[in-house]
Design a protein around this ligand. Structure first.
Ligand code: ADP
Length: 192
């Protein structure tokens, strides 16, 4: 299974990605986690991306794409993977399509977690209070929402056109959303 999980900041991608990946026995690959780990360790990559991420801006496509290509080349991704937070731009979509096609592979499903924007801001502010992420203050949250709406939300149409999109209502408890998501992915993949 090769899957993507998409959703606005605060939609619960990371949380649900773990369950989805576990259900299909594939690794969950989060570009956000990779960047945060590099920032924490003070690597060259971390230094390069820190200011952008703290401002709610995207990391440049070439940087992000080469990180994803390296990660997908690792052995644990050979049997499938779940990408969380990638692709986020049309450039990244095209990169991923080409990358997979060059290996005779393709995606099986793109999960879209749908959550009311009002609920999203509240969740992000709660997370800011708990985890202290540098990109979780109110101005930056607003900027991340804007960037998402402008650059990432339109990508859902691309995947819808390819018959890959699995819409999942993301409001409710973590358990409710998980059950809804797993049932929807199962239904999508079984009737293809
Ligand atoms: P969230 O889902 O809460 O928006 P992530 O943990 O997925 O956050 O990503 C955090 C930040 O890392 C993003 O706001 C962005 O700056 C950067 N980032 C992550 N993935 C990408 C990507 N595919 N392209 C560009 N920037 C990215």
């Amino acid at each position: 299974m090769r899957m993507l999980i998409m959703g606005a900041p605060g939609a619960g991608k990371g949380t649900q990605a773990s369950s989805l990946a576990a259900a299909y026995g594939v690794p969950a690959v989060s570009t956000g986690d990779i960047f945060r780990a590099n920032i924490k360790q003070g690597t060259a990559l971390g230094k390069r991306v820190q200011a952008l991420i703290s401002a709610g801006e995207y990391v440049p496509d070439d940087v992000t794409e080469s990180i994803v290509a390296d990660r997908l080349a690792e052995e644990d991704c050979a049997g499938g993977f779940l990408l969380d937070g990638f692709p986020r731009t049309m450039h990244q979509v095209r990169f991923l399509d080409r990358h997979l096609a060059s290996q005779g592979k393709r995606l099986d499903a793109v999960v879209s977690l749908l959550v009311d924007p009002e609920v999203l801001v509240g969740r992000l502010l709660d997370r800011a209070a708990q985890e202290g992420r540098s990109d979780d203050n109110e101005d930056v949250i607003r900027r991340r929402m804007e960037v998402y709406a402008g650059q990432t939300a339109p990508l859902l149409f691309h995947y819808q056109g390819k018959g890959l999109l699995v819409d999942v209502e993301g409001t409710g408890t973590v358990d409710e959303v998980r059950e809804r998501m797993l049932a929807a992915v199962e239904a999508h993949t079984s009737d293809r």
